[in-house]
Ligand binder design. Structure first.
Ligand SMILES: Cc1cc2nc3c(=O)[nH]c(=O)nc-3n(C[C@H](O)[C@H](O)[C@H](O)COP(=O)(O)OP(=O)(O)OC[C@H]3O[C@@H](n4cnc5c(N)ncnc54)[C@H](O)[C@@H]3O)c2cc1C
Length: 456
């Protein structure tokens, strides 16, 4: 039997495990996860009003319940056990630990109250234990989101959704209560470049366009010359741009006009703008606005970049959320890490210069792509590993202790893993708490409480 260890219980970890155990009867897989709960960003990233996306948890559950797969939560690799110790216990180790950091703006005022990363804000409404105490102050009219990708649109939608739409989702109760009291009426979604470089997908844009109680608020001048570019655009970009033009510049039909006129909340893209500084309130304690540089584009096609014109514009706002990207962090000094690309340097999932070490998911290729992209990428890594096994470049000649060896190490360090059956207790407690509120679950927000439920 070849025994493989996977670090990280998100989509990359589960899809890598799935491919290994399903295609080969001679492979056994153990997944180690930092948190007591599985599924990574499916639980802590995907928006609460996208329950259909979370159905992949059923597939992951089947994998975890497979006879040759096991889950060990509450184990932080790099801290509780080193990668070298895992390599000694297993024939191969796959690093699938995602992207737990975020890119910072690097502008003055970034540390003021009222400025958050999208990663923290999303973690807060999705119940990530480390973000439980974020308590964003939503007593302001205007929020500015920096970045125009799908995560930015998730945040905009959550800020502007009527709470009636959210109240039956798995959003945390504290987040729902805060949103119910929110004064935010206007969300501006800022991007460095123009409408043709908009980074979201059409599904997310359509959801914004159709969000009840909101109307779009765009600058018509941003769209000059865009219509005549349509015919040369590749198909997905063309469809996205057509929808954008329809919303931004076309005169709406009567029912849509009525809908917009009665809307109490507004959202809009601000193109050709980069953050220069977060402006403080008079008492210097919190954000009161943002200074944006006005840009123009240079270059052509998809390869255009923004250069500042020297002009700036100040926007009053009490909440700034930067959604300019997640980034992977090194977890163990023994593992090579590319500090520029923020990924583990690899060739088709083989960690460079480290026999027996592999990687998959966001830590392999960077923090972009949907779950389906992560799935394909993880299957590729699993294929690479199986290929090495068959070619003899992965050493499987010795018997390895696997989880028994790791458990001994963890016991000595006072770390007790949460098994999948323990997680199922947390899962059923969360479902039970959700039932009374008409929610699919009410997430436990505290690691201590999760462990208590898991082990009773
Ligand atoms: C806000 C947001 C919304 C998204 N919405 C969608 C969507 O609607 N649809 C869609 O298809 N895709 C969506 N995605 C993309 C999708 O979430 C990713 O493609 C996918 O989760 C990446 O998988 P991963 O396993 O590489 O990383 P993750 O999902 O981050 O999983 C990594 C896991 O590793 C664990 N870990 C970290 N460090 C350690 C350690 N030291 N030891 C052990 N374990 C560790 C983490 O706790 C985590 O569970 C969204 C992403 C974000 C950020």
């Amino acid at each position: 039997l070849t025994i493989v260890c996977i670090v990280g219980g998100g989509p990359a970890g589960f899809y890598t495990a799935q491919h290994l155990v399903k295609t080969r009867p001679d492979v056994q897989v153990d997944i180690y996860e930092r948190l007591p709960v599985p599924f990574g960003l499916v639980r802590f990233g995907v928006a609460p009003d996208h329950p259909e996306v979370k159905n992949v948890m059923n597939t992951f559950t089947q994998t975890a319940q497979h006879a040759r797969c096991s889950f060990h939560g509450n184990v932080s690799v790099g801290k509780d056990v080193t990668v070298q110790e895992l390599q000694e216990a297993y024939h191969a180790v796959v690093l699938s630990y995602g992207a737990e950091g975020n890119r910072t703006l690097g502008v003055p005022g970034e540390d003021l109250a009222g400025v958050h990363s999208a990663k923290d804000f999303v973690g807060w409404y999705n119940g990530l234990p480390t973000n439980r105490d974020l308590r964003p102050d939503l007593r302001c009219e205007t929020a500015v989101i920096l970045g125009q990708g799908n995560v930015a649109l998730d945040v905009a939608r959550i800020l502007l959704s009527p709470v009636d739409i959210l109240k039956n989702t798995d959003i945390t109760q504290p987040a729902l209560d805060t949103l119910a009291e929110s004064s935010v009426r206007r969300v501006l979604i800022v991007g460095r470049r123009g409408p043709l470089q908009l980074a979201c997908t059409i599904k997310e844009l359509r959801e914004m366009v159709n969000l009840p109680g909101t109307r779009p608020e765009m600058e018509a001048s941003d769209f000059e010359c865009i219509a005549k570019m349509l015919k040369v655009l590749p198909r997905p970009r063309k469809r996205l741009t057509e929808l954008l033009l329809k919303v931004a510049v076309e005169t709406p039909e009567e029912t849509e006009l009525e809908r917009r006129n009665s809307a109490k909340r507004a959202w809009g893209f601000r193109f050709f703008r980069s953050p220069v500084e977060i402006l403080p309130s008079d008492d210097l304690t919190r954000a009161a606005g943002i200074r944006l540089a006005v840009n123009r584009l240079e270059g052509e096609g998809e390869d255009v970049w923004a250069v500042t014109t020297g002009e700036v514009e100040d926007v009053e706002c009490g909440l700034v959320i930067s959604s300019i990207g997640y980034k992977s962090l090194p977890i163990d000094p023994a593992v090579p890490f590319d500090p520029r690309k923020h990924i583990i340097p690899n060739t088709m999932g083989r960690v460079q210069k480290c026999a027996g070490l592999y990687c998959s998911g966001w830590v392999k290729r960077g923090p972009t792509g949907v779950i389906a992209t992560t799935m394909n990428d993880s299957f590729d890594t699993a294929r690479t590993l199986l290929h090495d096994m068959d070619e003899g470049t992965l050493d499987i000649s010795t018997v390895k202790p696997g989880s028994a060896g790791v458990t001994t190490i963890l016991e000595k360090r006072g770390v007790k893993p949460v098994l999948f059956s323990d997680w199922e207790k947390i899962d059923s407690e969360e479902s039970k708490r959700g039932e009374g509120r008409g929610k699919p679950r009410e997430k436990l927000l505290d690691v201590g409480e999760m462990l208590k439920v898991a082990w009773t």
